[in-house]
Design a protein around this ligand. Structure first.
Ligand code: BTN
Length: 269
């Protein structure tokens, strides 16, 4: 792409100002094609963008996942969106992805009550053992976090790259048809505002229980990239993954983690 991408006046049939009003956020920027909504929002954050500024795109040419991975963001197939979280005090880095994961699962359940989405620490949203979406949180200066959320909506199994066919899912594959990006964005932002506006310093017992109910790793044998293997024991109040290794519970705060046993299956259309 040459030059700066141009923001759209309308998204999903309505003026972007109307989405901002409906979602109760200060500013929405929508793009047809953009390299990465996270990268764009970081630039806006560095020039003072307000808490809960939102950037969304129909497709991304350089969508990013955790650990430098590429995030497939084909046009119109999913929700590719970032929003800015500012807080006066520093929040434990592992906590924001967990809170946003909770917001995503609440939003998905509201739109599709039969769905049982799980949170796979640190940043995956799963359904029946397949990845439905992901969250990428990146610091954008003191007290500012760019939260990127990618959620697959309309793909069939044939739409995913060969390397993802065994592990990816979309809402349609999971039997939830007719969920629009705008409805999902609205539910997600409303759930996110309830949880990270402002972000708590720690998860309280009620939130920990809700996370536990959706934790798709709990009780499973796992291997963490930081070099430990053991049994996942849940998520701590500061968002760290708890792993029991030879009778001692250790906290994993960074890197990814893989489950050593297989998950479930999902309809592939
Ligand atoms: C992951 O699962 O590794 C995280 C994926 C996050 C993808 C979203 S799509 C919107 C935002 N912009 C990006 O470049 N990445 C995030």
């Amino acid at each position: 792409m040459s030059g700066a991408p141009e923001a759209l006046d309308r998204w999903e049939g309505r003026p972007v100002e109307e989405w901002a009003r409906r979602w109760g956020v200060p500013h929405v920027e929508a793009y047809d094609v953009i390299p990465s909504t996270n990268d764009h929002l970081r630039v806006l954050a560095e020039s003072g963008a307000a808490h809960f500024t939102v950037v969304t795109a129909d497709s991304q040419t350089a969508g990013k996942g955790r650990g430098g991975k590429r995030w497939e963001s084909p046009s119109g197939m999913g929700l590719w969106m970032s929003f800015l979280v500012r807080s006066e005090s520093e929040v434990p880095p592992a906590l924001v992805p967990v809170l946003v994961g909770l917001a995503v699962t609440r939003a998905l359940e509201r739109l599709c009550p039969s769905l049982r989405p799980g949170i796979k620490w640190p940043n995956d949203i799963e359904v029946e053992g397949r990845k439905l979406g992901g969250i990428l949180c990146e610091r954008a200066g003191p007290g500012a976090v760019v939260v990127g959320v990618g959620l697959n909506l309309h793909q069939g199994i044939e739409d995913f790259d060969p390397g993802l066919k065994e592990r990816a899912a979309s809402m349609e594959m999971a039997g939830c048809r007719g969920v629009s990006r705008s409805k999902l964005a609205g539910e997600l932002l409303s759930a996110a505002r309830a949880l990270v506006d402002p972000p708590p310093a720690l998860l309280d017992e009620r939130l920990r229980q809700e996370v536990r109910d959706r934790d798709s790793l709990i009780g499973r044998a796992v291997r963490a990239e930081v070099g430990i293997a053991g049994r996942a024991m849940g998520i701590a109040a500061d968002g760290a993954l708890l792993v029991e290794v030879e009778g001692r519970v250790q906290k994993v705060r960074a890197g990814g983690v893989s489950a050593l046993e297989s998950g479930g299956s999902v309809r592939t259309r």
